[in-house]
Design a protein around this ligand. Structure first.
Ligand code: OAD
Length: 347
C-alpha cells in the first residue's frame, strides 16, 4: 500500500502537505487563528447556516425542503429548481419563493460570526450556496460574497439586449402580490421579461464564481465549511482547491465532503479526511452552525463581542420592521379613510 500510495501521490500530485494545526480540534483551529499566521479565511456555506433563522435546508430527512414538496405535485423534488421543468411549470417555484422570500428572516449567529471575520480583516470571501440574502443582511457586502447559486437580492431582464436590473423591493412586491403570472416567463425569448438572479440546475454558475475562485483558493490559510451536505457540484469540489497544507474546518450536524472511492483511505486527498490515520488537516465539529461559531468565538476571546453584535443587529432589524409595519398601517388606514370619504360624498 505504501508503494502504491507514493506512486499515485507522485503521479497525481497529491502528496500530503505540511501539518499546520497543532491538534485536529476546534482548539487547534483557534490557536492557529490567534497565532497571526492565518490571515486569509474563506467560508463555504449552505442551507444549514439559515435553518435556525427558520428557513428549511434541502436534504435533512423530514424537515428539509425536498421532503416537503408534495403539495406541488412535482415529478421528483429537485424538479422545482430544474430549469427545463421551470420553463414549462414556473408556478411551484414562485409559490415556494413567496414562502421563503427574504425580509421575513433574521441572520443567525453564524452569519454574524462571518461578519466578525470580515470586521477583523480575516475574511477573504464567503462562498455561499444560499439565495436568502442573509449574508448581506448581516453586513457582508457584494465584494465579500460569491452567491454561487444566485440570489434574491437582484433580478434582471432576461433579454440579452436589455439586462435591466430590478430592485429587490420591486421584485418582492411582485412575487408577494402574486403578480408573477404576468411575467409570462414561458414565452421567453419572445417577450421582454425580467427574472430573479437565481441559478437553476442546468444553468451555469455566475462567471465571477470561477474567476474569483482561482484567485482566492490558492492563497487561503483556513477554509471554514458550514451547513452544507457538499453534494452539489461544482460548489462541493471547492474544498479541494485550497493548498494541501491548508486546514479545513467543517461545522455541521453531520460529517460531509469525505473522500470518495476510498481515496481517503489511502491518504490521497480528493475530499475531507477527518478520521483516517492519515488525517492531518481536517477538523469536523459536529454541532449546529450557531453553537460551533459561538464555541470558536469563545476560544478566540470574541464571545461577548459576537453576542453583543447579534443582539444589536437583531434589535435594529426589529425596529426597522416595526417602522415599516406602522407605515403600512398608516397608508392602509389613510386609503380606507379616502375610500370612506369618497363613498360619503356619493351618498
Ligand atoms: P443541504 O440541505 O443539502 O445540506 C444542509 C446540511 O446542513 C446538511 O448536512 C445538514 O445536516 C446540515 N444542517 C442543517 N441544519 C443545520 C444547523 N442548524 N447547523 C449545522 N448543520 C446543519 O443544503 P446545501 O448543501 O446548501 O441548489 O444544498 C446545496 C444545494 O442543493 C442548494 O444550493 C440547492 C440545492 O438543490 C440549487 O437550488 C441550485
Amino acid at each position: 500500500v505504501d508503494f502504491l500510495r507514493s506512486l499515485f501521490s507522485r503521479t497525481l500530485g497529491l502528496s500530503p502537505g505540511e501539518k499546520v494545526l497543532d491538534e485536529l480540534t476546534l482548539d487547534g483551529v483557534a490557536r492557529y487563528i490567534l497565532s497571526g499566521t492565518c490571515k486569509n479565511i474563506i467560508c463555504m456555506v449552505g442551507a444549514g447556516i439559515s435553518t435556525s433563522a427558520g428557513i428549511p435546508d434541502f436534504r435533512s430527512p423530514g424537515t428539509g425542503l425536498y421532503a416537503n414538496l408534495q403539495k406541488y405535485n412535482l415529478p421528483y423534488p429537485e424538479a422545482i429548481f430544474q430549469i427545463d421543468y421551470f420553463k414549462k411549470h414556473p408556478e411551484p417555484f414562485f409559490a415556494l419563493a413567496r414562502e421563503l422570500y427574504p425580509g421575513q428572516f433574521k441572520p443567525t449567529v453564524c452569519h454574524y460570526f462571518m461578519r466578525m471575520l470580515k470586521d477583523k480583516g480575516l475574511l477573504t470571501r464567503c462562498y455561499s450556496q444560499n439565495i436568502d440574502t442573509l449574508e448581506r443582511v448581516a453586513g457582508l457586502e457584494g465584494e465579500d460574497l460569491i452567491e454561487a447559486h444566485g440570489t434574491f437580492h437582484t433580478s434582471h431582464c432576461v433579454s440579452f439586449l436589455c439586462r435591466k436590473e430590478y430592485s429587490m423591493d420591486w421584485m418582492k412586491s411582485t412575487v408577494l402580490n402574486d403578480e408573477i403570472s404576468l411575467l409570462n416567463y414561458s414565452h421567453f425569448p419572445f417577450v421582454d421579461v425580467f427574472f430573479l438572479d437565481i441559478v437553476f440546475f442546468g444553468e451555469n454558475l455566475p462567471a465571477r464564481f470561477f474567476t474569483t475562485m482561482k484567485m482566492d483558493f490558492p492563497r487561503c490559510d483556513l477554509l471554514i465549511i458550514m451547513g452544507t451536505s457538499l453534494q452539489v457540484q461544482p460548489f462541493a469540489s471547492l474544498v479541494n482547491r485550497v493548498s494541501n497544507s491548508c486546514p479545513r474546518l467543517l461545522i455541521n450536524m453531520e460529517k460531509t465532503g469525505q473522500s470518495e472511492f476510498g481515496m481517503g483511505l489511502f491518504g490521497f486527498g480528493g475530499g475531507m479526511d477527518f478520521d483516517s490515520d492519515k488525517a492531518y488537516r481536517d477538523v469536523a465539529y459536529l454541532s449546529t452552525c450557531d453553537d460551533g461559531c459561538m464555541a470558536l468565538a469563545e476560544l478566540l476571546g470574541w464571545k461577548a463581542e459576537l453576542e453583543e453584535m447579534v443582539k444589536r443587529e437583531h434589535a435594529l432589524i426589529d425596529s426597522k420592521d416595526a417602522k415599516t409595519k406602522d407605515k403600512e398601517a398608516n397608508q392602509s388606514s389613510r386609503s380606507t379613510g379616502a375610500e370612506a370619504g369618497k363613498s360619503d360624498k356619493t351618498e
